[in-house]
Design a protein around this ligand. Structure first.
Ligand code: SAH
Ligand code: F3S
Length: 457
């Protein structure tokens, strides 16, 4: 009897949750022949799943490739694949890099098994970029629904991502995503439901629906006459459908673009306890002048109106956001409007970035670029304010009792279980038994900027 030994696969994932979901899917599709390994030096196949959102992200890819080149000396059969948004955007340049064997764009990740086989059997480089025109059939969507391995501490069988939509049609003037991930294509509600159901049957308690622009989910299907939606719209219909899954304890979704975030979606937070009390709603800037230049299609006032809808539906809701400083043309006064918006909304936390010019995007060609040192200074001031608010908001949790879904056991602190409250705050609780997968009431006893601590009640 010959025993078939699996080869070793090492995956490094940068960037957004969609990349994490793609990495999980790639690992799943390759799981017949490969098992995951933590050390790149031991791998037979390395996948770098890359990000291209800011310039730094691409530099990281090239420097990492330099390090990985050493492992090829030891293992000449090692296959190095570059996937993700840098593969799509910098394909030509990356193919010239002698250490790259395979390029896979985000639109082609489902073909990873065939592509790896082709790369192994050839000394030519393989490149699979671009976007297939056709949406996958229900059967193809179901192929890989279950054997998803765990890629990190917090990403495990308890909390799963389900991609509901590829690409983005918004063309915000700073953003490379429409170029690296292509047009908006929605998966069918049945495919989404089946994937979520399979995860729940395999032990998932939380599902996060993913897309660049989830609120416009399904509008393409309605337009093509492939889907009939209620008057609340296809995304609200989808949320109701997935929320009906027996056994599911938490349903989240991201990214929610304020542009097509509607009142019926906000109202679902009142109706559906599964949706929790948290939403990530990227605003980018507090200045109407800058928002207009960014082509965000939503004014400061319209953003605040959405916040009001959400607070009316769910008074205890917490919000997080994305912010860009130093967008071309941003004046000191414009920047201060961002500070004032942050102070007004009091986001639970926010990701703040310096504007980074990206090839192909209109804003990169604007003549009014802001000097680097001004961007650095604004980022520092913004982060100071954000940190202060995050800490103050976390301290308000002290003494409260919160419902926490436990997701994993801390590797660092033995006997400590980590979960998220409905408000999406990280909560750490010591316990003598395994709490993972349970949703329990916790009294908050300690608050820092990054986490809460508590005891079971
Ligand atoms: N689909 C999401 C955003 C995806 S990109 C949305 O609707 O907003 C994630 C975040 O990266 C953005 O929200 C933005 O804050 C930041 N970002 C995108 N392009 C950027 C650039 N060129 N420079 C700096 N930050 C950028
Ligand atoms: Fe980018 Fe705007 Fe789409 S930020 S992902 S173009 S909504």
């Amino acid at each position: 009897m010959t025993i078939f030994k699996k080869e070793k696969l090492h995956i490094e994932t940068w960037g957004c949750q969609m990349n994490v979901a793609d990495s999980e899917q790639a690992a799943s599709l390759l799981s017949d022949k490969y098992e995951l390994c933590e050390e790149a030096s031991e791998a037979d196949l390395i996948i770098l799943n890359t990000c291209h959102i800011r310039e730094k992200a691409y530099h990281k890819v090239t420097s990492r490739l330099g390090v990985l080149a050493n492992f090829k000396k030891k293992n000449p059969d090692l296959v190095i694949a570059v996937a993700g948004c840098s593969a799509q955007a910098e394909g030509k340049k990356l193919l010239k890099n002698k250490n790259v064997d395979l390029l896979v764009g985000p639109g082609r990740i489902k073909e990873i098994s065939t592509l790896v086989e082709a790369a192994k059997g050839s000394n030519k480089k393989i490149s699979a970029l671009g976007f297939p025109k056709q949406e996958l059939t229900e059967e193809e969507n179901e192929l890989d629904k279950i054997s998803y391995p765990t890629l990190s501490e917090e990403r495990n069988e308890i909390s799963r991502f389900v991609t509901i939509q590829q690409g983005c049609d918004n063309y915000c003037t700073f953003c490379i995503v429409p170029f690296t991930r292509g047009r908006e294509i929605s998966m069918s509600p049945l495919a989404v439901y089946n994937q979520a159901k399979a995860f729940v049957e395999a032990g998932a308690k939380e599902i996060t629906l993913l897309g660049q622009n989830v609120n416009s989910y399904g509008l393409d299907l309605v337009k093509a006459d492939k889907l009939k939606a209620s008057k609340e719209g296809p995304f609200a219909d989808l949320l109701r459908l997935v929320a009906s899954l027996p056994g599911l304890k938490s349903l989240r979704f991201t990214t929610s673009n304020p542009h097509d975030f509607t009142k019926p979606i906000a109202d679902l937070f009142q109706e559906h306890p599964l949706l929790g009390k948290y939403l990530h709603l990227p605003v980018q800037s507090g200045s109407n002048q800058v928002l207009e230049l960014m082509k965000r299609k939503v004014t400061r006032e319209e953003f605040l109106e959405r916040v009001t809808w959400l607070k009316e539906a769910c008074p205890e809701i917490t919000l997080s956001t994305d912010l860009i400083v130093g967008f071309p043309g941003e004046t000191e006064e414009n920047f201060e409007e961002t500070l004032s918006l942050v102070a007004q909304v009091r986001f639970a936390f926010a990701y703040a970035f310096k504007y980074s010019p990206r090839t192909h995007t209109p804003a990169a060609r604007y003549k009014t670029q802001v000097p680097e040192e001004v961007k650095t200074d604004r980022l520092r001031r913004l982060n100071e304010l954000l940190d202060q608010i995050t800490l103050e908001e976390n301290e308000k949790e002290l003494g409260k009792t919160r419902k926490v879904l436990f997701l994993y056991k801390s590797k660092k602190d033995g006997g400590v279980y980590c979960g998220r409250s409905e408000q999406f705050k990280l909560v750490k609780v010591p316990a003598g038994r395994d709490l993972t997968g349970e949703q329990l009431e916790v009294k908050i006893t300690k608050a820092t900027k990054t986490a809460l601590e508590g005891i079971l009640v």
